[in-house]
Design a protein around this ligand. Structure first.
Ligand code: ADP
Ligand code: MG
Length: 221
């Protein structure tokens, strides 16, 4: 399967919708082990991206991802803005000039995005951050593509790895970001950033196309 500019635009719009519908949940998680702004921060950023997308005449996937990253950097703030912003910008740089991409291109773009987060966050796995979902997701996607899986199959496996990584943050003690100030009291709570990463991954898989009426409300806590 080939991925076009339209697919990428739909992914970003779906991500924005999921972040909007789950903003309260993300902020609630950030209330417990942070400063209660994660949902609002990301919702502001992705809403700004969607506004720009409406007038953005581009047939270049790299340019769309770069615009997304720049806008997130400028509007989200906190820790998550620079991290997601860097990830989207790195992926955009790799895919500059491309109007059609395949599974291998996506795997490569995800890998440079992951590297961007690691560098920018000076973070490693097990520190109870978004990386704990993103890293296993990227690795699972890459391995599936290299083993000949279809894009859909690779994406579904990756999403399962992201979800597992998300849940795995619950028993972890945070050693990065605001939650680290809580020390052992950060144990027992799911990381907010890992949760937003899960929704963005869900948007990538396209699970939320044409949800039944009322579904977004029902997903709210
Ligand atoms: P802030 O903590 O500045 O209020 P947000 O609430 O928007 O920023 O985002 C918090 C999330 O950012 C955390 O849940 C965690 O997943 C992620 N995070 C924080 N610091 C780092 C880091 N150094 N590396 C990777 N992710 C981080
Ligand atoms: Mg916060």
């Amino acid at each position: 399967m080939q991925i076009t500019v339209d697919h990428v635009i739909r992914f970003i719009e779906r991500a924005a919708a999921l972040i909007r519908d789950h903003a309260a949940e993300l902020t609630e998680l950030d209330t417990v082990i942070g400063d209660a702004d994660h949902g609002a921060n990301l919702n502001r950023g992705f809403s700004a991206v969607v506004v720009k997308l409406n007038t953005f005449q581009e047939s270049d996937i790299g340019a769309i991802l770069d615009m997304t990253g720049k806008t997130l950097l400028a509007t989200v703030g906190g820790a998550a803005g620079p991290l997601y912003g860097t990830a989207f910008r790195r992926a955009g740089a790799l895919l500059a000039g491309r109007s059609v991409i395949d599974g291998r291109d996506i795997a490569a773009a995800l890998e440079v995005a992951l590297e961007g987060i690691v560098e920018r966050g000076r973070v490693q796995r097990g520190e109870k951050t978004m990386l704990d979902a993103i890293a296993p997701g990227v690795e699972t996607f890459r391995d599936a593509i290299m083993n000949g899986s279809s894009l859909e199959e690779a994406a579904r496996c990756a999403l399962a790895a992201v979800e597992e990584g998300m849940r795995a943050t619950i028993p972890m003690q945070a050693t990065k970001g605001r939650a680290a100030f809580l020390g052992p009291r950060s144990i027992g709570h799911q990381d907010p950033g890992v949760t937003s990463a899960y929704y963005i991954a869900r948007a990538m898989v396209g699970l939320d196309d044409d949800p039944p009426a009322g579904a977004p409300e029902m997903q709210n806590p």
